[in-house]
Design a protein around this ligand. Sequence first.
Ligand SMILES: [Zn+2]
Ligand SMILES: [Zn+2]
Length: 236
Amino acid sequence: MKHPWCAFVTSILSKVCLGYGLKAYFVAIVAFYFIFVYFFVIPFELLHKPAWLVYLLGTLGLYLFVNVLFYFFAASLTPPGSPPPQSTGNRLCSLCRCDKIHGTHHCSMCDVCVLKMDHHCAWMYQCIGARNHRYFVQFLGYISFSMILLLTAGWRTFYVNYYATPEFFCAVLPSSQPIYTWICPYQITVYTIFTFMLSVILFVLLGGFFIFQCLLVSIGTTYLEYLVLKLIALTF
Ligand SMILES: [Zn+2]
Ligand SMILES: [Zn+2]
């Protein structure tokens, strides 16, 4: 049994490091992408693609950026939903004494019962359940489409600046560009590789998780219920 002060300090540290820390990290990554796209990719692509197409893609990108942030915070700030305490004489949770109605699971991290619990998400610092599951799936969808858009529409930017061919960003755009002094000429390859690799990783991981979540939603189940069914199938 933990001392109450020890439990209190652990919960504060966990909230600051995981609750606020990971959210701040996520916002910093989104801000980095915003600067990279609007001050590097778009000015560079304007040299090679028709202006109307670049502005159209830029507007679509802005729409995706806003939705990624909106649904991230909607999923992390909307409570996942808990059953009523000790109501109708159903089976009760042995840990928190809540009504254990169908699909309810007790999360050991949050120490509460969650309706239609999907999983506990460290990035959201809470469970994904009945009330915030759709926001979570929408977040996964928007971030996956953002990565597809960046990797396809910005392919020339990645290719030319990675190999630093003679027509790379620092050679063809004026030094008055807002981020010119940050990235030219030596850091440009590092920024390009970092953003390209991160985009591929995010696309593969979150895109795969998005498709998996869509399949689970289409058969009316959650990730946790899927794991339970899989365990039963393996046992018998
Ligand atoms: Zn419980
Ligand atoms: Zn939880």
